[in-house]
Design a binder for this molecule. Structure first.
Ligand code: SF4
Ligand code: SF4
Length: 378
């Protein structure tokens, strides 16, 4: 089983998105020694393949030299773990030199954009769109693979058609993200998308995706269809993520996931100590997430979707309860809505013989169907 280590070179970020919950002003930048320790830590940690994702804050603030050294250390020092690499960045600090480096290591980029200029800048701050698009042009010039996360808020969901068309017309691949309560806003729920609205949005986007299946990629919908088809989670939200995902903060602290970075109560150890899986499993955060898993086993046991939902994201669940294990992911209603819809459509397609596949022999095919998404290669 592969595992995932998110590297957070800093929690600092030059943008100031209204609903952001993960950046800190004046956050230090990770010293390259921490990456050296990551390599030493992982040499004897697990034998499975590893994926490293640079995340933040804004990881590119660490600069070219940091990345040049870090990439050499990780890929040469951990060759036996066949490291795969990825980065999540707003692209503002992408230079041709950095783009060339990311190309050399074939690193896919995830970035963030909430739609057309006016809408995006209303949510993410004035000037964001232009700076991200500037970086995007550099990334394109180096032929880098890029997909965008679009955060839908209680405001922007009213412009869902405009947003979808923006991504379609600009040939940008899209992954949607529902706004979470912000810890930085006096009114933390102001931008939050309700589970009902999120569920409706997923169905709307499923229809738009099927209409435009050859023109755009909508990763969440692909994942949701695959979950239903394979009966198991295909992204962290829908598996027991504890134990297969870790995040390393700027000072080497190890957390269960990037979302917890910067919260001292979620530190499980430090890369400098080279902890084993057994050491980490004795930490308080591990035990709490184990408790969450048991809670899901009992709370969701009657749910048809438990095998491929697993109670959703524990971070989402634990933030609304301030760390108490007494609720599943608040997006539960949205997950049920979309899983039900996908199951219903797949069953209908199978019964009608419209399997939605591009096989000319299947004469009954009328429109692209859900099965097409279910069997789509990842
Ligand atoms: S806490 Fe949530 S975001 Fe983090 S790895 Fe688990 S499911 Fe994914
Ligand atoms: S859909 Fe809701 S009830 Fe079902 S497994 Fe997911 S969180 Fe639990």
């Amino acid at each position: 089983m592969a595992f995932h280590v998110m590297l957070i070179p800093t929690l600092g970020c030059p943008s100031n998105c209204n609903y952001c919950w993960s950046s800190e002003e004046n956050s230090p930048i990770m010293d390259i020694k921490i990456i050296e320790e990551v390599v030493e830590w992982l040499k004897n940690f697990r034998d499975e393949p590893v994926t490293f994702t640079f995340h933040g804050g804004e990881p590119l603030l660490a600069g070219y030299e940091f990345f040049r050294e870090a990439l050499t250390l990780l890929t040469e020092g951990l060759k036996n773990l066949k490291p795969a690499l990825a980065i999540q960045t707003n692209l503002w600090n992408l230079t041709p030199e950095l783009a060339q480096l990311l190309k050399e290591y074939d690193i896919p980029i995830g970035s963030s954009l909430d739609g057309p200029l006016k809408l995006n800048d209303l949510q993410r701050g004035e000037g964001y769109y232009e700076k991200t698009m500037h970086g995007y042009e550099i990334a394109k010039a180096y032929n880098l693979k890029i997909s965008f996360i679009c955060t839908f808020t209680s405001y922007s969901v009213n412009f869902k058609e405009e947003i979808f068309n923006f991504f379609l017309e600009n040939k940008l691949n899209l992954k949607l993200h529902p706004a979470l309560p912000s810890i930085r806003d006096e009114n933390p729920m102001k931008w939050t998308l309700t589970p009902e609205d999120y569920g409706e949005l997923l169905i709307y986007l499923l229809d738009k995706y099927l209409e435009n299946i050859d023109k755009i990629e909508l990763k969440n919908i692909d994942h949701l269809c695959k979950c239903v088809f394979t009966r198991r989670g295909t992204v962290c939200t829908f598996v027991d993520c504890m134990g297969d995902t870790f995040a390393v903060g700027p000072d080497g602290s190890i957390y269960p996931c990037y979302r917890f970075v910067g919260m001292p109560e979620w530190v499980m150890g430090n890369v400098i100590e080279h902890p084993s899986m057994d050491d980490l499993s004795k930490s308080a955060p591990w035990k709490l997430l184990q408790e969450y898993k048991e809670y899901v086993d009992s709370e969701c046991k009657k749910c048809t979707y438990i095998k491929f939902c697993r109670g959703g994201c524990p971070y989402n669940a634990l933030t609304i309860t301030e760390g108490e294990v007494n609720s599943v992911d608040p997006h539960c209603t949205a997950y049920k809505t979309i899983f039900k819809e996908i199951t219903k459509r797949a069953t209908k397609e199978m019964l009608s013989g419209n399997l939605g596949m591009s096989n000319p022999d299947l004469k009954k095919k009328t429109t692209p169907g859900i099965m097409e998404l279910m069997i789509k290669p990842s």
